[in-house]
Design a protein around this ligand. Structure first.
Ligand SMILES: CC(C)(COP(=O)(O)OP(=O)(O)OC[C@H]1O[C@@H](n2cnc3c(N)ncnc32)[C@H](O)[C@@H]1OP(=O)(O)O)[C@@H](O)C(=O)NCCC(=O)NCCS
Length: 179
């Protein structure tokens, strides 16, 4: 399996449709932690659903418009990151992240996000990385700030989620601000 080392026995790895069962188990175990912030943590309830989700990302990767990665520590899946949007013509991408409670607070997410942003800017020549989070997702805002992103504003009621139209805070980072 191809992977990119992070820190402390952790690595950033592909997350592919053949791993649907493992991903479904991961979501099941971490649902309470992830579901307040991530719609897919509610909709993925079995290996079939996980396969559809990972399959959609495999297709997005094939078309170079999105990507998904797992974060493993000592081989165990503990989190992940994705480019929900990867729009090469406009040079804009959006990064999202998650990690299980037992691996939270270790810097793994900041390190993984750093690696992916580096790739987006330096290898792919992207111009802008976005990060979107609910106003009360303080840990997510802390990561964006740690990465040197600028809090650009709030998209009001942009996100229909759990029966309400939620606001999302947008953070942005430009290629010329990186490095
Ligand atoms: C948002 C989320 C991914 C943030 O994870 P996290 O573990 O807080 O982020 P990091 O891995 O960057 O860890 C940061 C912590 O590690 C510490 N740390 C240790 N070594 C570090 C290093 N080398 N680099 C950066 N931080 C380091 C930081 O000081 C910080 O400590 P704190 O928690 O005491 O403030 C996580 O809370 C989560 O999965 N939440 C649920 C899903 C979610 O909301 N996803 C985002 C949707 S927008």
């Amino acid at each position: 399996m191809f992977s990119s080392p992070l820190t402390d026995g952790a690595e950033l790895c592909p997350l592919e449709p053949w791993q649907a069962e493992e991903f479904a188990d991961y979501v099941e175990r971490n649902r309470a932690h992830l579901a307040p912030w991530l719609p897919w943590a509610t909709t993925i309830t079995d290996a079939e659903g996980a396969g559809r989700f990972l399959g959609a990302y495999a297709e997005a990767q094939r078309e170079d418009r999105g990507r998904i990665y797992g974060i493993r520590r000592e081989g165990a899946l503990v989190g992940g990151a994705l480019f929900r949007v990867f729009d090469v013509p406009s040079g804009v991408c959006e990064l999202g992240v998650w990690i299980s409670p037992e691996a939270q607070g270790s810097g793994l997410i900041t390190t993984a996000a750093h690696r992916l942003i580096d790739w987006a800017f330096q290898v792919r020549g992207m111009s802008r990385v976005e990060w979107r989070a609910a106003p009360d997702n303080h840990r997510s805002h802390a990561v964006a700030q740690r990465l040197g992103m600028t809090r650009e504003g709030t998209l009001r009621q942009v996100f229909p989620f759990n029966g309400v139209r939620q606001d999302l805070v947008v953070w942005g980072l430009l290629a010329e601000e990186w490095g």
